[in-house]
Design a protein around this ligand. Sequence first.
Ligand code: ATP
Ligand code: MG
Length: 250
Amino acid sequence: MTNLIPKSHPRAQSLYVRERLVHAFDNGLVAKEGLMAHGRGEAFDYLIGEKTSKSAKNAIKAAAFALVSAKYPVISVNGNIAGLCPKEIVKLAKAVNAKIEINLFYSSNKRKQNILRTMQKNGAKEILGVDKKNSTRISGLDSARRIIDKNGIYVADVVLVSLEDGDRTIALKKAGKKVITFDLNPLSRTAQTADITIVDNVVRGIKELIDTCVKVQKKKLQSMKFDNKKNLAKSISEIRNYLERRAKIA
Ligand code: ATP
Ligand code: MG
């Protein structure tokens, strides 16, 4: 990676994340479309002030409870996730005893193998979604997008899907899964359909999610009620308040 970005740059964190994704693209993990999806994410990150909001922290708590109490949790990984936070995915899976499944919107065997190698290099022992013998289908989706692993998402009760397309989230919900997502856009179909939407950059939020899962396991946190629609409304009003504050300064 380059050292062209000075640490004092006001957007240093966001520019580092962008570089990581470009690096992952050059290494055959991320699709071109993944770069564009990241651009949409960046725009929303700007609007939330590039920090983990109160509503995101609330959703992270709810997600930690859901993951810790799940019977068969699965973490779905795509190219962007593998490029941005592979170590943290492995750490989270270990913390809550979840399976990791590679599941791509723009499926290609080569990209799948690159993602597999990256996840293994970062400590993953078992990766699902790569063995054709174990594949099955989820209804309501076309072609490659509906392939899931018989030992993974197919039998999961709770699925963490991040930076995910709305069609697939809707199909997972129809199949009876509890869906948790990281999605910077509180208005996307995924954000609106999931049971628990964490409106935060996955790069920031996943660290807090791991720590919260550990706290929940040590019973240092009380269980909580969570209403995703209300929480999304809160995140939209946080954006509005942030923009009003910025407009006053400008
Ligand atoms: P939907 O299909 O759910 O309506 P969409 O078509 O607008 O959403 P997709 O490209 O299908 O968008 O999904 C990618 C989503 O991931 C976008 O909502 C984008 O804001 C979000 N996103 C991109 N980068 C990140 C990131 N680093 N952390 C969290 N969310 C991100
Ligand atoms: Mg979409």
